[in-house]
Design a protein around this ligand. Sequence first.
Ligand code: DQA
Length: 136
Amino acid sequence: MKLLFINGVNLNMTGTREKGVYGSQSLEQINKEIAGHFKNDECEFFQSNIEGEICAKIQSAQCDGIILNAGAYTHYSIAIRDAISSVKIPVVEVHMSNVHAREDFRHVSVLSAVCKGVVLGFGKNSYILAGESFKL
Ligand code: DQA
């Protein structure tokens, strides 16, 4: 199975920013653990702070499933929502933190309705749980 893990804006700062929320491991370390978990699958990792690059990556994806943590774009990017709607590949929305236990503006996702499902609140394991969902 080919899985594409996309991380959006500010996720490159994981391990440095708000360690109490996102942990102290870097995104690179987390991606290594994910690749180790899915060692019998093909994993691709992509991160961008740029909304249009995330849209382009979704549009050109050739994989069985996309695991997407769009970061703050989750809460307002109609462009990323439309990119998800424009492809046939299923997308699972992911958040490391439990966004519903945080500020009100994080309770809204403009992406969830066009995603296959949502996994949130399990730290780095949110990515693994989302990836596993494609195998059910
Ligand atoms: C996040 C939650 C978002 O609200 C926030 O803007 C992020 C990270 C998470 O993984 O918990 O950047 O998507």
